[in-house]
Structure formats: structure tokens, C-alpha cells
Design a binder for this molecule. Sequence first.
Ligand SMILES: [Zn+2]
Length: 131
Amino acid sequence: MRIQLAVLAGIARHAKDEAPLECCGLLLGGGDLIDEYVCTRNVRQSTVAYQVDPAEHFAAIRSARARGRAILGAYHSHPRTPAVPSPTDLAEAHDAELLYVIVSLLNEPPDIRAYRLDGGNFVQSAVVPVP
Ligand SMILES: [Zn+2]
């Protein structure tokens, strides 16, 4: 999946703004290009878990459809741990179509990695930054 640099920078900023809590949001685009992100509220308000506000999630789906766009992924942050899915992340991920992006603030610059579900496990997926 290709992701615009502005999106990578934007979700890293969102992660820093919400730290020490985890942030979360949605990634939109078309084809194999993510060129838009939507910051959503983490209803858990947790340092180790997240859940996209369901109302904001539905609103984003409606808005994307109305504009001929698609939700291609979801992102969240790991303020103090590597960009590796937690057991909770795996237990709660169910959409094989989505790219799951994790922003780690463990080091500077933030480490951003992407995963897809494959046979009940996460497999790391290449992220190609594009201008
Ligand atoms: Zn996580």
C-alpha cells in the first residue's frame, strides 16, 4: 500500500498530541493509495488500548461513500511500546480488508508499520511513502 507522506506526518502528530494515551483514526483513499486520514476519539481513553468511537466510524464510512472514497485502513498509536500489534490488537481485529497501521512513539522519529490479517495472525505489510 502507498501512503502519502502528509498522512504519515499527520498520524504521527496525532499520536504525539494524544500521548500518553493511545490515539486512533481511519485511513481513506482509493485503489492502493491512502491519501487521507480521519482522527477519531479513542473511547477507551487508555494508554494501552483503543477503540474508534463507533459513531465517528459510521460517519466516516458514510462520508467516504458519498465522496466515492473507501476506508482502506485504521491506525492507532503505541506511546511506549514498539509498532508491533498487542494481543488485544489481534483479538479485536476482524477485517481482512483493512490495513492496520501502528505508530510507535518509543523512538524519534516515530516508527510506523502496517499489518494485515492473514489466517488469524497479523503479517507485516510494506508501506510505500509517496509525496
Ligand atoms: Zn495496539
